[in-house]
Design a protein around this ligand. Structure first.
Ligand code: NAP
Length: 311
């Protein structure tokens, strides 16, 4: 099968199209013929760092990257009940391997692709969708009418977070640049702040929750406009101890959230996709041969919605 092989970390030219055997199935796995691949900032960060690649794959080289896939089941091993050959599925691959024509996936990580969305849209969901879903659903007790500030609302993660928060009945204040104001409002945001021309900490009343996808000063300033007793969840590493101390002083619960590989959450997300409550937004679809361009676009960190590749 064709796959993008990474022999060493570096620029997009390190993603080399090559031929490797189709993966052999283990107990509990199905073989998925990949139809579409989602690209995330993490793909570009890991591609660039040998230390990160070693963290997931050990010393083995070359490796096949790619966490987000959708496709069709073409073979199944024992203990794969609930999934049949021919089923359309999508997954967040714990061990990566998605930049390929076929990938072996443990059914624990698998969800059926909703019929009302295309393979490209399904591949745009797993990593970004669950990074928004898990903290908002499991980490915040959002009640109808609560106010939430969402940073980076036009991005892959943020555009799902806005829709999830609206689904939960929250009043949503969202930040992005001015060029994405209409997009962010179309997702359901009640108020939009252009971070390039306005200081959100001066422009809005205190909120109950903050979901932060930006970090740094954005996170630090968010403490000032969170109500005492409120919660901030950031998906960016917290580096400053004084930031934690400032949050504690104001009785704000400030937490860092890391994505969990969890098929149960993906199946719950599939349910809201089926009901049309949340819609993936794709900025650009690239062909399999243009994976370098897809990575370069994601590396701008200015993409509205998601970048997807068709296989
Ligand atoms: N902890 C985890 O497990 C985890 C999981 C997934 C992702 N992440 C991290 O989360 C971050 C976001 O991921 P993503 O996929 O959403 O990235 P993305 O698709 O590249 O989106 C970034 C968005 O941020 C907006 N933005 C940039 N600077 C901003 C600012 N100062 N204030 C408000 N918005 C700003 C941009 O909007 P404009 O173009 O309008 O400026 C862009 O739409 C990345 O750093 C990623 O590595 C962490």
């Amino acid at each position: 099968m064709k796959a993008y092989l990474l022999y060493e970390a570096g620029g997009t030219d390190k993603l080399t199209l090559g031929e490797v055997p189709v993966p052999a199935l283990k107990n509990g796995e199905v073989l998925v013929k990949v139809k579409a691949i989602g690209i995330n900032p993490a793909d570009t960060i890991y591609r660039n760092s040998d230390a990160f690649i070693t963290h997931i794959f050990g010393e083995k080289r070359p490796v096949i990257m790619g966490w987000d896939i959708s496709g069709e089941i073409v073979e199944k091993a024992e203990n794969t009940d609930g999934f049949e050959i021919g089923d359309a599925v999508f997954a967040l691959l714990q061990n990566a391997g998605g930049y390929a024509e076929f990938v072996a996936v443990n059914v624990e990580l698998l969800a059926h692709k909703p019929e009302n969305i295309k393979f490209e849209e399904a591949a745009a969901v797993p990593m970004a969708g669950l990074t928004a879903w898990q903290p908002l659903i499991h980490g915040m007790n959002i009640k109808k009418g609560d106010r939430i500030l969402i940073h980076g609302a036009s991005g892959g993660v943020g555009h799902y977070a806005v829709q999830i928060a609206k689904y939960l009945g929250a009043e949503v204040i969202a930040t992005s640049s001015g060029k994405n104001r209409d997009f962010v409002k179309s997702l359901g945001a009640d108020q939009h702040i252009d971070y390039q021309t306005e200081n959100f900490w001066e422009a809005i009343e205190e909120v109950d929750f903050v979901f932060d996808t930006i970090g740094g000063e954005t996170l630090e300033r968010s403490i000032d406009i969170t109500k005492p007793g409120g919660t901030i969840i950031s998906i960016l590493a917290l580096t400053k101890e004084e930031m934690m101390a400032r949050a504690e002083e104001k009785n704000v619960n400030l937490r860092l959230w890391g994505l969990q590989f969890n098929g149960k959450d993906l199946r719950a997300f599939a349910d809201v996709l089926v009901r049309g409550i949340i819609k993936p937004h794709i900025a650009t679809i690239y062909p399999f041969t243009s994976i370098a361009e897809a990575h370069q676009q994601v590396e701008t960190r200015r993409t509205a919605g998601k970048i997807v590749i068709t296989v």
